[in-house]
Design a protein around this ligand. Structure first.
Ligand code: NAD
Length: 486
């Protein structure tokens, strides 16, 4: 259950030029667990966004712009330590905003946020630059030169993050952006302002120069998000969220040709071959479809199962889905209604509901919350909207296939291409299939097993560019080639 006292006491606030800035405009923050109001969120005006961008620019012209990579990495480590020191507070705030099970926040969200700062402290410090000794025969003088490449920050970067893994995804961008020497203006989701506000406190306590990190709260379209991403003073935009929002941001960014990094939506497939360890594949699919009630971009919403094991797989998965307890709600009433509209659409499109399909009853305060049942569907054609559109809830559709080529064709028949999972005990098949699936990330016999050094991102409507390891540092910096005649 949410810790209301924590969130009420926390009061999400803008953080501009090293101080928490008050605003008059606010909107209510509701608990997804029982629908009650648990706080208010400030709505940043255009003036506040302007002030944040100006503060960021001034930081680049001031002490922050003169920091060495060693100094920046030391700041990152202090920020990681600061989050760790207030671990329980961060967990409580994340649980209060999202309604997610405490275990999830305590084992995934907050440890990963700490890990993001530590990983980028290591990666940025250990990053080599390149040199190219050059000989040009017949050129005047020695005919020799030394080319070397240095990287400089992009400048002021706007970071826009979603509500599903609020601190994890925010820090996944903030850490490399700061490591590379940029100044940041971040806008978290309007649904989940609390851990971002705590992060600003920790960053202040870590002694980061004023203006290097700024935080503005508020909505996206026509509000703080749009003010920020269309701002002439922003040098780059890193965004995680829905593909349609990415398209809107791209249109605004076009005016100033602002560079973009996009992590967008998905409709992720799982391919279960008849030679898979079926129990493992079922358990893996329970995790990949229902963790955080399906509200993770990497969650599986399409499962394709080889025909000889199809019935057994569906029976086992539906049984596990029906038995799930302790799951969290959808983030908002609006999102719950969207997910339920897909449950209804699926039936209209001819689906058989193998498990769930409605709203659970708990007999307590959660009955006023935003819950939906974990749901397993079968029987839809590949052309059904339920099979093509991202639902972002605890639901998957299971369909049969006959052979490898058909499995790959079905997996790739989607506007999205974020992640995929392949379940097989045939090693050769795993290596054959994985590279043919159109996705940025393919897991074999596992799901969401992450190494922060590896590239993360999607193809098609699932994103532009990659995050993780050097890929983020590449985005957040610009190579400058220097050629010195010898
Ligand atoms: P969303 O796109 O509605 O909102 C994300 C952020 O963008 C919020 O901070 C919002 O205020 C802001 N925003 C909205 N409209 C804007 C606009 N016109 N201009 C500027 N900012 C704007 O997404 P959401 O509902 O918060 O998150 C769910 C979506 O995010 C799903 O589609 C999911 O797949 C995707 N997602 C992707 C990844 C990934 O790594 N690929 C990770 C998590 C979530």
């Amino acid at each position: 259950m949410p810790l209301r006292s924590t969130i009420a006491a926390m009061k999400p606030a803008h953080y501009v030029n090293g101080v928490f800035a008050p605003t008059e405009a606010t909107f209510p923050l509701l608990s997804p667990v029982d629908g009650s109001q648990v706080g208010v969120v400030p709505e940043a005006s255009r003036d506040i966004v302007d002030a944040a961008v100006r503060a960021a620019r001034a930081a680049l012209d001031g002490p922050w712009g003169r920091t060495s990579v060693e100094e920046r990495c030391a700041f990152l480590r202090r920020i990681a330590d600061g989050i760790e020191a207030r671990f329980d507070e961060f967990v409580a705030a994340e649980v209060a905003d999202t309604g997610k099970p405490r275990d999830l926040a305590a084992t995934v969200d907050i440890p990963r946020a700490i890990g993001n700062f530590r990983a980028y402290a290591d990666l940025a410090y250990g990053r080599p630059e390149r040199a190219y000794p050059t000989t040009v025969p017949g050129w005047s003088g020695s005919g020799q030169a030394l080319n070397y490449t240095v990287r400089r920050p992009l400048g002021v970067v706007a970071i826009i993050s979603p509500w599903n893994l609020p601190l994890l995804l925010l820090t996944w961008k903030v850490a490399p952006a700061l490591a590379a020497g940029n100044a940041v203006v971040a806008k978290p989701s309007e649904e989940t302002p609390s851990t971002a506000t705590l992060l600003a406190e920790v960053i202040g306590e870590a002694g980061l120069p004023d203006g290097a990190f700024n935080l503005v709260h508020g909505h996206g379209a026509g509000a703080a998000g749009e003010h920020l991403t269309s701002h002439a003073g922003v040098d780059a935009i890193a965004f995680t969220g829905a593909s349609a929002t990415g398209a809107a941001i791209m249109r605004n960014a076009a005016e100033h040709v602002t560079p973009l990094s996009f992590e967008l939506g998905g409709k992720n497939p799982a391919l279960v071959f008849a030679d898979a360890d079926l129990a493992e594949a079922v358990e893996g699919t329970v995790r990949s479809s229902f963790t955080h009630s399906g509200q993770i971009c990497l969650c599986t919403e399409r499962v394709y199962v080889q025909r000889p094991v199809f019935d057994e797989f569906v029976r086992a998965l539906a049984e596990r889905a029906r038995a799930l307890t302790g799951y969290g709600p959808m983030i908002s009433a609006e999102h719950r209604d969207k997910v339920l509209s897909y449950y209804r659409l699926a039936v209209e499109e001819g689906a058989t509901v193998q498990a769930g399909g409605g709203v659970p009853t708990f007999g307590d305060a959660r009955d006023s919350g935003f819950y939906v049942e974990p749901t397993v569907l079968t029987g839809l054609p590949q052309s059904a909207r339920t099979v093509r559109e991202e639902i972002f809830g605890p639901v998957c559709h299971v369909a049969p296939f006959d052979d490898e080529d058909e499995a790959i064709r079905l997996a790739n028949d989607s506007p999205y291409g974020l992640a995929a999972t392949v379940w097989t005990t045939d090693l050769s098949r795993a290596h054959r299939v994985a590279p043919r699936v159109e996705a940025g990330i393919v897991w074999v016999n596992c799901w969401n097993l992450r190494d922060l050094r590896t590239p993360f991102g999607g193809v098609k409507a699932s994103g532009i560019g990659r995050e993780g390891g050097e890929y983020s540092l590449d985005f957040f910096s610009e190579p400058v080639n220097v050629c010195v005649k010898i």
